[in-house]
Structures are given as structure tokens and as C-alpha cells.
Design a protein around this ligand. Structure first.
Ligand code: URP
Ligand code: ZN
Ligand code: ZN
Length: 491
């Protein structure tokens, strides 16, 4: 008979809020991983999963010590906490700052079943990546309620920054984002991208790409404005699908020449997906994420309401929302493993005072939508209507981002030794999404009034119950999250 391991340290409060020595049992649930679905009890101690056991063996096993807390998961699913590998907390952008910081944004994430985020630190042009990273550590430390890592946005690939990449990788910043869009702000040319890719290849790091070709887009934007088109929908009409498809193809070509993997962030459209599929069919390590807004919202949302085109401002994000026929292609991509991840690109701006900046000029509407809390609710609809399996749901929301971004084993799975980042999911729990029922610090919801079925009833972060029945229950909130030092590219 197996005896459950017991921490010799006894009950001591671990740094960062985990309860070392405290034993939790999640009983009678159905554990779901990226590959398996099975009835199991889950035992948690010292912030880790210490055993997955057959419920029929429980009486014998508890002989080795009663749990301190038992959570009943009968009729519920138990899966690894969500990993959102694309967020922008406290991001200065478009003349304002994203409305969620690491405090409010990570609390909201946990309420929605996400237990780790990977946010984007920014290298300001003319400054070092070190300065950018230090700034992001300062934003997150003492604030984040769940664990977090950073990618680095590289706005210059010069000899100094290429050298700096090595130090960052050693510190667990193992992925870098580069932009083909936003001339004068983030855009880097092909030579810089290529140099960064070669360096990433030496280091085992991953280059992620914002693959819209920004120079012609800016011409379309200026032309639309000069013709008097100011409404939010022009954000989409000036950033056509072909601009993303071409950027995607170019990024893949550069990665092929550099012989490195490449990861497309926030892929939104059929033709961009087809470029990724062609590359994968040729055996290239091309990966891509999409986001819930590209699966559930469309260009129609950007048009606003009859008589109120301004309402569309709440749906301005980049790349833009596409016509609804793209949805089916993206869902198929998720099912067929051509898309690996669903992240959120959480980048909220309030309608009042923030989106307002672009009231008379769509190009001045800060780009981004709220989403860190609603990802699992929305994707579960895909499980309910059979578009993806439960295992695929776990894979695209947790396991694949853990693998791609160097966290697998510690995060992204239900296995002995993994961090006990665990969601107990009630498939029958109803919720109406809206700005007042969600926790993100933003004055609207793109999904206002949408009823979803399926919600987290309990969320554990490193073994600590943080959210139960939509209430924050952990003693500590701000600052209990820990920085995750990620490994190199893990596929
Ligand atoms: O609209 C978006 N996506 N805002 C955040 C910046 C980016 O490109 O990811
Ligand atoms: Zn981007
Ligand atoms: Zn983003």
C-alpha cells in the first residue's frame, strides 16, 4: 500500500504564501490533462501535487494522515491552472496606460482559472533591455497575486542588445517579441529580426512575432483619415488580412533562414493561419497562438451599433477583429494542431478617458481588449459544442504554453512534483459575463450579458486555495505571486 509522502518540515508557512506542510485533498473529481481523463483524488502538500490516487483507495491512504482541507470535486473536472502567455499589465501605450496593473489583473486572472501569466517587458528605444526588465520587475513585485514571467519586447537588435539577450536568458527571460508593425515605436527591420533570430538560436531562446507589415498599414491609415473616415471600424479596414499573412510568411522565411523556431503572437486570420500551416507541412518549427477575441468577436463588433459607431472602440485591438467567417478556420486550426495556444493579449483600456482619446480619430484609440479573466469561460463553450475536446482545452490553455515557454513540469500539468496550480471546474455552473460580474479593472466588457456554462469553483495557486466560488479567499493577495524563471524553448 502506497503511503502518502509527508513533509518532514511540518506545518510552516512557506515564502510567497504557500502552506508548506498543509495537506489538501481534492476528492472524487475527474482529472483532465492534455492527454488523459481519469477519476482521481489529488493530494497537495508544500505547494506541490504529491499524489494522484484512486478514490477507492482513499480510506487506506488517509491512514497515513488526515488532510487539513478537503475540497469535494464530485461531478467536477480538475485540471492544471491556466497559463496566459500574452498579457500587458500596466502597459504604457497610445498616450495612456493599460487599466489593469499586476495587482488587479492577476486577481482577475485567478478568478477566471488562470494561475500564471507571462507579460511583456519593454525595451524603450535607445535604452537597454536590462532597464526595461528592471522596470517590469518593479511593476510586478509586491503586486502580482499569481505567478508571472516576462517576455522581452526588443525594439532594437544592435550589438549591445544582442549581447544582452544572453544575460536575460540566464535570468529566465527566454522569449523575445519583435514587431513588424508600429513604425517609429516598436517596428524593427528584417535585418534586425534576422540577427535576433540567429542569436536566439545560439541561446535556445524563442523569437515571437507581431507579424503585420506596418509601413503600408500606416499609409492606409493616413489615407482613410484624410478622406474623413474616423470611426473605429476603419481600424480594421486599414489593417487588411493580407498585411498579416505577408508578415507571417516573412517571419517564417526569416526563421527558416536562421534555422530557428518562430512563434506568431495573436494570429487573427485565415490566410495568416494558412502560412503557418504551409510551414508546418514542410516540417518547420512554426508555432502560433490565437486569442478569444478572434474566435468570438468580429468586424461587426467594431462597427458598433446602429446610430452608435463609437461603441466599436471597445473592440479595437491589433491585429483587428476579422469578418466572422474566419472563426471556423481558427477553430479548425486549434483542433488540428496548426494553432498551439490560446492566450488573451489582455490589454484593457476604459471607454471613458482612454478609448475616448480616439473619439475623432480611430488611429488614436488605444489598442487592446480586456480578456485575462474570460478565456476559460469562453473556450469551454468550444468544449460544450464539440469544437475541441476537454484534453485539447487543457492543452491550448495550459500545457502547450508551459512547454513552448519553458515552464513544463513545474506548470501546465497534473503530475506528482508539479506546482499545485489547480482548477476545480464546475461544468454546470452558470455565469453571466459583464463588467460588474468580472474583476478586471475596466468600465466595459466586450461580452456584456453573455451567459456561459462552466466556471471554476476552486482555484489553487502553488497549493493555496486562492479563489472559491468566485471569492478571493487566500489571506494574502498583493505580492503572493512569484516570478517564474523560465527555461529555454521546450518542444
Ligand atoms: O491591441 C493590442 N494587441 N495591444 C497590445 C499590443 C500588441 O501588439 O500586442
Ligand atoms: Zn502585438
Ligand atoms: Zn500583445
Amino acid at each position: 500500500m502506497a503511503v502518502l509522502p509527508r513533509s518532514p518540515a511540518g506545518r510552516v508557512r512557506a515564502a510567497g504564501g504557500g502552506l508548506r506542510g498543509m495537506r489538501t485533498l481534492i476528492k472524487d473529481g475527474t482529472v483532465v490533462t492534455a492527454s488523459d481523463t481519469f477519476a482521481s483524488d489529488v493530494w497537495i502538500e508544500g505547494g506541490k501535487i504529491v499524489a494522484l490516487t484512486d478514490p477507492s483507495q482513499r480510506a487506506a491512504l488517509t491512514g497515513s494522515g488526515q488532510p487539513d482541507r478537503t475540497v469535494d470535486a464530485k461531478g467536477k473536472y480538475v485540471f492544471p491552472g491556466g497559463i496566459d502567455c500574452h498579457t500587458h499589465m500596466d502597459l504604457p501605450f497610445g498616450g495612456t496606460t493599460a487599466s489593469d496593473d499586476f495587482d488587479t489583473g492577476t486577481v482577475a486572472a485567478a478568478h477566471g482559472g488562470t494561475t500564471t501569466i507571462v507579460d511583456f517587458a519593454i525595451q524603450s528605444k535607445g535604452s537597454s533591455m536590462r532597464a526595461g526588465l528592471d522596470a517590469w520587475h518593479a511593476k510586478a513585485e509586491g503586486k502580482a497575486a499569481i505567478d508571472y514571467g516576462f517576455h522581452m519586447i526588443m525594439t532594437e537588435a544592435n550589438p549591445g542588445t544582442l549581447e544582452e539577450m544572453g544575460g536575460l536568458v540566464r535570468e529566465g527571460i527566454t522569449s523575445f517579441k519583435m514587431f513588424m508593425a508600429y513604425p517609429g515605436v516598436f517596428l524593427v527591420d528584417d535585418q534586425q529580426i534576422f540577427r535576433a533570430m540567429l542569436r536566439a538560436g545560439e541561446l535556445g531562446a524563442l523569437i515571437t512575432m507581431h507579424a503585420e507589415i506596418g509601413l503600408p498599414i500606416d499609409v492606409l491609415v493616413q489615407r482613410a483619415l484624410s478622406e474623413g473616415h474616423t470611426a473605429p471600424v476603419y481600424h480594421a479596414l486599414t489593417r487588411p488580412e493580407v498585411a498579416e499573412a505577408t508578415g507571417t510568411e516573412r517571419a517564417i522565411a526569416l526563421a527558416e533562414m536562421a534555422k530557428v523556431p518562430v512563434y506568431m503572437v495573436h494570429l487573427s486570420a485565415q490566410r495568416a493561419l494558412e502560412r503557418v500551416m504551409e510551414a508546418r507541412d514542410r516540417g518547420l518549427p512554426a508555432y502560433a497562438e490565437t486569442c478569444p477575441q478572434y474566435l468570438f468577436c468580429s468586424e461587426d463588433d467594431l462597427r458598433g451599433e446602429p446610430g452608435n459607431p463609437w461603441k466599436g472602440a471597445g473592440y479595437v485591438c491589433t491585429p483587428p477583429l476579422r469578418p466572422a467567417h474566419h472563426h471556423a478556420h481558427l477553430w479548425r486550426g486549434l483542433r488540428n494542431y496548426d494553432l498551439q495556444v490560446v492566450a488573451t493579449d489582455h490589454c484593457p483600456f476604459c471607454m471613458k478617458d482612454q478609448k475616448e482619446l480616439g473619439r475623432n480619430d480611430f488611429s488614436k484609440i488605444p489598442n487592446g481588449m480586456p480578456g485575462v479573466e474570460t478565456r476559460l469561460y469562453l473556450l469551454w463553450e468550444g468544449v460544450r459544442d464539440g469544437r475541441i475536446s476537454m484534453n485539447r482545452f487543457v492543452e491550448i490553455t495550459s500545457t502547450a504554453p508551459a512547454k513552448i515557454f519553458g515552464m513544463y513540469g513545474k506548470k501546465g500539468t497534473m503530475a506528482v512534483g508539479a506546482d499545485a496550480d489547480v482548477v476545480v471546474w464546475d461544468p454546470n455552473q452558470e455565469k453571466v459575463l459583464g463588467k460588474d460580474t468580472l474583476h478586471m479593472r475596466v468600465d466595459y466588457s466586450p461580452f456584456e450579458g453573455r451567459k456561459v456554462i462552466g466556471a471554476p469553483s476552486a482555484v489553487f495557486s502553488r497549493g493555496e486555495l486562492v479563489v472559491e466560488h468566485d471569492q478571493w479567499v487566500a489571506k494574502q493577495k498583493q505580492g503572493r505571486g512569484q516570478f517564474v524563471r523560465r527555461g529555454t524553448f521546450g518542444l
